[in-house]
Design a protein around this ligand. Structure first.
Ligand code: PLP
Length: 576
């Protein structure tokens, strides 16, 4: 205290202002910092708004905003006490229906919920397996199922079982223990790369199915974006018709998803909109060859041009197209974009392609390939963990241990069908698709009521109702009652048939067309009666199950009810 050299009066005169100025300095600095942070914050909002407005346009942005508000209002409505209890009552009924349909009960059914204390004898086991195999089920053999079973001939099933039996213990994670499976796996990838015109630098892996192939391609693109461009908030732009697996990838890997419309009459992704949505965070563009809903091949050459000029990876989903796409010309059909350089690696912008060997490659289920333009892109999907206490670890895809038997089954299928076999199969399948397409366009009953969506060039033909008095979902339900398993589509409403080899068996497609004609005639008659009786002209109050799910629930802005139904379905799958 006494050390102060100045008198008290002077101390206060000199020191107080000094302290005050220090405080003022500090305040000034804090202000500058605050302004910088605020400016950065503002910049971020402005940047985001800019890319949002540029991506959707002014009108589009208003629509997005309106949809959001509409959905929020609807969610509030669903949660009103009276509404909520009604909804949950209805949901319980629907859940019970799902369970009754899927889980067999009754006196004849034994449920096994614990291990048998004593091991079963071979006879006992065989008897039970026989009875399981003859459980009431859909007869895909009669060619009445869209998609699902792609080949199914006994000779191929025998070849696959034999190959899988030989390698039933094999696991490619131990490449040294199972060298033959490593060799077969590498050869499957090499053969598929060559089918899709990969350059010499091309590389790929096998996966457990189309979904995993797509997950890997999206992961690779995201990792590339981070490694090479430090993108921390990755975004990808996909056609609205692209497979649900891209939504799964977006959800698993935290990639923001932009859906682009595929407008009528072509039902291909709108290239202008894709271009507008590209921004510095875009890590991947996507096109389908063809897509699942309508069987339409997107404009891959135009997407490739975008990919090249913006230096963004482009994935072509050829999961469904699989071996049909590369065989179209050889089977005598026009091949999409052949005049513009094709749909595969011949397009310089295409960086990855997914190909399901378990679809039109006719391999056993659990087989697919993801292909890349070069090894660096493949490396981005690898998982390497050098520090694991269990040892240095690395794996190419999601699974650790993998079924070597499936790889043997895939290899054996490809070798025993060969190029000629695939070209023949393509011929049968695409001819059958053409027969259905022509019937819908030309049959006097069908052509008035049904309308083909786009110009399908592969194995799928999709159609909707051109007659406002008839709901396409009622047609789907009526076809189900005739044992047909067609697939219902939404946004826009429709139905499709994915032709596979069982449907190309003699007679099958004729029954399909006859049934379709009969069903359409019946629905027309019903509509006439309904309108005569003063009923509604358009078909909003549909009764059947797909009509309910897609016609009523599907039109709700808030999908939480549909979600609950799906969860109930998934839960039911695990009810023993
Ligand atoms: C079937 C399919 C997939 C994914 O296939 P899974 O093998 O079922 O995982 C992806 N894209 C398209 C277009 C498909 O048809």
């Amino acid at each position: 205290m006494g050390s102060s050299p100045l008198p008290v009066s002077l101390q206060s005169k000199f020191q107080r202002p000094r302290a005050a100025s220090r405080l003022r300095d500090l305040r000034g600095n804090v202000n500058i910092l605050r302004n910088i942070i605020f400016a950065l914050f503002l910049l971020r909002i402005v940047r985001k708004s800019f890319w949002f407005l540029r991506g959707h346009g002014i009108f589009g942005s208003v629509v997005v905003l309106y949809r959001h508000l509409h959905k929020t209002a609807y969610t509030v409505f669903l949660n009103l006490p009276g509404v909520k209890s009604q909804v949950s009552k209805q949901l319980e009924v629907a859940k019970k229906e799902i369970e009754d349909k899927l889980v067999p009960t009754g006196p004849g059914v034994t449920r096994y919920l614990q291990l048998p204390k004593e091991p079963w004898t071979r006879d006992q086991l065989n008897a039970e397996l026989e009875s399981l195999a003859t459980m009431k089920r859909t007869r895909w053999e009669e060619g009445k199922v869209s998609g699902a079973v792609y080949h199914g001939e006994q000779f191929l099933l025998d070849i696959q079982s034999d190959a899988m039996k030989l390698f039933s213990v094999a696991n490619p994670i131990h490449a040294d223990v199972f060298p033959a499976v490593r060799k077969m796996e590498a050869e499957v990838v090499a053969m598929v790369l060559s089918l899709f015109n990969a350059p010499a630098s091309g590389a790929g892996t096998t996966t457990s199915g189309g979904t995993e192939s797509i997950l890997m391609a999206c992961l690779s693109a995201r990792q590339k974006g981070y490694a090479e461009r430090r993108i921390r908030e990755p975004e990808m732009i996909i056609p609205s018709t692209a497979h649900a697996a891209f939504h799964k990838a977006a959800s698993y890997f935290k990639i923001k998803l932009h859906l682009v419309d595929c407008p009528a009459p072509e039902y291909m992704v709108d290239i202008k909109r894709v271009r507008r949505l590209i921004n510095p965070n875009t890590v991947l563009l996507v096109g389908s060859a063809p897509n699942y809903p309508h069987g339409i091949v997107d404009n891959i050459p135009a997407l490739s041009k975008l990919a090249v000029s913006y230096k963004i990876p482009l994935h072509v989903d050829c999961c469904l197209g699989s071996f049909i796409m590369p065989c179209l010309s050889k089977a005598g059909f026009p091949s999409p974009w052949a005049d513009e350089g094709g749909f595969d690696f011949r397009q310089p912008g295409v960086t990855s392609i997914s190909v399901d060997t378990h679809k039109y490659g006719f391999a056993p289920k659990g087989n697919s390939c993801v292909l890349y333009r070069n090894r660096q892109l493949r490396e981005y999907q690898y998982f390497v963990c050098p520090e694991w206490s269990g040892g240095v670890y690395g794996s190419p895809t999601i699974a650790g241990s993998r079924p070597g038997a499936l790889i043997a089954g895939c290899w054996a299928s490809m070798m025993s069908i060969g190029e000629k076999g695939y070209v023949d199969a393509t011929h049968k399948i695409v001819s059958t698709k053409l027969t259905i397409e022509n019937a819908i366009k030309e049959h006097p009953v069908l052509k008035e009521t049904l309308r083909i969506l786009g110009r399908p060039m592969v194995s799928v033909v999709a159609f909707d109702s051109a007659d406002p008095t008839i709901s396409i979902y009622d047609i789907a339900d009526a076809m189900s009652r005739r044992q047909w398993h067609l697939n219902s589509l939404q946004d826009p409403p429709g139905v499709h048939v994915a032709v596979t080899l069982p449907m190309t068996r003699p007679g099958s497609v004729d029954v399909l067309i006859d049934d379709l004609v009969a069903v359409v005639a019946e629905e027309k008659e019903k509509a006439v009666e309904r309108i005569k009786a003063g009923g509604p002209i358009d078909q909003a109050k549909a009764k059947g199950s797909s009509a309910q799910l897609y016609g009523v629930a599907g039109s709700l802005p808030d999908k939480s009810i549909v979600k609950e139904l799906v969860v109930a379905y998934l839960d039911t799958l695990y009810k023993a």
